[in-house]
Design a protein around this ligand. Sequence first.
Ligand code: GTP
Ligand code: MG
Length: 304
Amino acid sequence: MEGAQILIAGVGGLGCSWASKAHLRVGADVDLVLIDADRSSFDLSKQAHVIELGAESNASGCAGLPPLGEQRMRNLSKASMMLLKEVELVILMLGLGGGTGTGAGMEFARQAKRSGSVVITLAAEPFETQKARREIAKEGLLELERISDICVRLSLDRLAWQARERGSDWTMGALWVEEFVEGLVRTLMKMGLINLDMMDLKAIVSKDGKSTLLVAQGDANEPDLLFENAMRAPLAELDIFGATGCLLQIEGGLGMTVSQVSQVADIFTSRLDQNAQVILGARISEDLHTTLRVVAVVSGKETD
Ligand SMILES: Nc1nc2c(ncn2[C@@H]2O[C@H](COP(=O)(O)OP(=O)(O)OP(=O)(O)O)[C@@H](O)[C@H]2O)c(=O)[nH]1
Ligand SMILES: [Mg+2]
């Protein structure tokens, strides 16, 4: 899908922070929009389009009220629809539990769908200890799952725990999010050996049931470890057993062999439904050397 228009969108404090960091990794071919009521979020990137929610901008954001965020976003739909005009894929990032990410996030997702875009949402669920925020998040999540083509649920507890393990100082695990988005965008932007494009992505995500997305990187000679890596992702729900659709993109250095590709493909597809539709793509990227990068979009999971 060369020339496909990808937009990274961050909504609310956490969403804007993640989106601007992820955008730095993928460069100027991809657009960035930051949406918040709190103006300080816009200092995060010099290259971003910004949508400021509400007249009286202050650090209290949308005051923890999703309907307020939703309403403000709806009022600005003219500006956002303009921005979304040529966009084919929106990667939407937000933290659930506040007013802006939850409320404005779901309205922006609706607008993106209305404008014909595929929407992949990365939604962070509040910490276990944040009871009130988790209540707010619950409803927002249901709606985001309904609207988005793929809704990847991140657990802030798992993210923070892994960030500590990696010695990364940022408690919310931004590094993992950056790598995830980089893998996804690079996969979708470049042409593969076997060509994967937007139509393939649409075919997979149009299946009934839930979808999720895995991204993993590892040594080309250790496909098992690579799979384990993917399974260690800080996702809130990671059960791919019985899924009926999978888009698998495998990227490796010049030395990547057919046998490596098929080993990885076997491992990633072994838990799917026997009759699952699998779309496989492989690509050479010189900079990867002996590393393989795998992006798997898994869909058609039973809804629970
Ligand atoms: N413990 C902790 N959690 C945070 C912090 N910042 C964000 N979060 C988590 O991230 C979620 C989203 O927070 P924000 O992105 O700041 O909220 P927002 O979307 O800007 O919403 P409003 O400011 O209410 O309009 C929250 O529900 C928390 O779970 C923080 O500093 N500490
Ligand atoms: Mg805020």
